[in-house]
Design a binder for this molecule. Structure first.
Ligand code: G3P
Length: 215
């Protein structure tokens, strides 16, 4: 499974890119706002940090024609920009148009299997089902990943399933088991993937024994 980091924090992105654990970056207007930087310049900065890895940059417009223009503009920032559009009627029309211009598209805010199916038919490069936000409503977000996997496999759609709104390490492993192609994960959750109390306990014991032998 590919790991994307879900942030516009360039320090966090640099650290992860340097570790070699990163396959891409996703941003959204909320994350860009949180960075406190100008939207286009922060996307450019992220693109130059991660080289050729895909970087999702979301449009702010909601009407098809405006989304296409904004998407072309974002794609002009760097070759690795993937344009993110919302899963709306206009968003799907814009997706088709951007794909015809050879621009990769991430269709976001997906909450149902039918939405994922129609996005694949519109040529989405990635579909972003939001796990955590479904869990917030008392639904089982992971079930959506399983359903989309089955549907895409039934019909051979090449759209990649990008599990989004990941809130915990459990979400990551469950998305991998369900067959998501990508998980986009906040930096703090990526850090938690490494933690295990038995690792800490084992290391403490090794260090204490190493001290006894003068190391
Ligand atoms: O990738 C979408 C993600 O940023 C949404 O996450 O936690 O705001 O639901 P969250």
């Amino acid at each position: 499974m590919q790991f994307f980091v879900d942030t516009a924090d360039t320090e966090a992105i640099s650290e992860l890119a340097g570790m070699g654990v990163l396959d891409g970056v996703t941003t959204n207007p909320t994350l860009v706002h949180k960075s406190g930087k100008d939207p286009k310049s922060v996307i450019g900065e992220i693109c130059s940090i991660v080289g050729e890895l895909p970087v999702s940059a979301e449009v702010f417009s909601t009407e098809c024609e405006a989304m296409v223009e904004e998407g072309k503009d974002l794609a002009g920032i760097a070759d690795n920009v993937v344009v993110k559009v919302p899963l709306t009627w206009d968003g799907l029309k814009a997706c088709k148009r951007l794909r015809a211009n050879d621009i990769r598209v991430n269709v976001t805010l997906c909450f149902s299997a039918n939405q994922a199916l129609i996005a694949a038919k519109a040529g989405a490069t990635y579909i972003s089902p939001f796990i955590g936000r479904l869990d917030d409503l008392g639904l089982e977000g992971m079930e959506l990943i399983r359903d989309i996997r089955e549907i895409y496999d039934n019909y051979g759609f090449s759209t990649e399933i990008l599990a989004a709104s990941i809130r915990s390490p459990l979400h990551v492993s469950q998305a991998a088991i369900a067959g998501a192609d990508v998980a986009t994960i906040p930096p703090e959750v990526i850090r938690k993937l490494v933690d295990h109390p038995l690792t800490d306990k084992g290391l403490a014991a090794f260090l204490s024994d190493a001290a006894k032998i003068g190391k």
